[in-house]
Design a protein around this ligand. Structure first.
Ligand SMILES: CC(C)(COP(=O)(O)OP(=O)(O)OC[C@H]1O[C@@H](n2cnc3c(N)ncnc32)[C@H](O)[C@@H]1OP(=O)(O)O)[C@@H](O)C(=O)NCCC(=O)NCCS
Length: 186
């Protein structure tokens, strides 16, 4: 049973790479897709999904510098993303950042990640930010492809680059920063 699930997962991931699968899934998913700013109930659902066995703290839910968006597909929670606003006191993290983009496995490949990211880009742009940054592992092909498609490019933030280089790597891979110019540069 455990192996069946593992092989099904691998097969699903392989299919999700194919453009035909993404085209068909996109057509189906878009019919039932709703994206909105998360309310308290949505945030609790996201916590249970991301951290099913962990301690749920509602403290972060009230943070005015964080806006969370959730995606529902035919009524089921399908994905989430956060827009985080850092002040200059948080250097080297300052400005607008896209954090925590995730789509549930069964909904991947249907355009949800792209739509959620676009919500963050739009919100940051509406608030007048000229840039949007994010961190991504340099071997995370689906995420890298998605961010490139949306116009993000690799970017080095000097103070942060030293921290990232000092972090332990995962199988030789590390986080990199990507930045998108937004606002009137769009
Ligand atoms: C990265 C992630 C959010 C993408 O979400 P998604 O809903 O599956 O992506 P979308 O269907 O919106 O795809 C948009 C674009 O991303 C790229 N992409 C998505 N899945 C891909 C895959 N398996 N292989 C290659 N490119 C892929 C493509 O460019 C795609 O555009 P296209 O369909 O026109 O070719 C999702 O794979 C995920 O949750 N991954 C685990 C968490 C994670 O890595 N988050 C990013 C942290 S920085």
């Amino acid at each position: 049973m455990k192996y069946n699930r593992k092989y099904l997962g691998v097969a699903l991931r392989l299919m999700q790479r194919g453009s035909l699968y993404r085209h068909v899934m996109g057509f189906i998913i878009q019919k039932g897709l709703t994206i909105r700013e998360a309310d308290e109930a949505d945030k609790l659902k996201v916590d249970l999904w991301i951290n099913p066995k962990g301690y749920i703290s509602k403290a972060g839910h009230q943070n005015q510098n964080v806006t969370e968006f959730v995606a529902y597909c035919f009524g089921y929670l399908a994905g989430r993303v956060q827009l985080v606003r850092y002040s200059s006191e948080n250097r080297p993290y300052s400005g607008y950042w896209l954090w925590g983009l995730a789509v549930k496995s069964q909904f991947k490949g249907g355009g949800i990640g792209e739509k959620l990211s676009q919500e963050v880009i739009l919100k940051a742009s509406t608030e007048g930010s000229k840039t949007l940054d994010l961190l991504v592992f340099n071997n995370n092909v689906p995420a890298l492809q998605l961010y490139r498609k949306l116009g993000f490019v690799h970017y080095v933030i000097p103070g942060l680059e030293e921290q990232l280089q000092a972090q332990p790597t995962q199988n030789g891979h590390r986080h990199v920063v990507m930045r998108k110019l937004i606002g009137h540069f769009q």
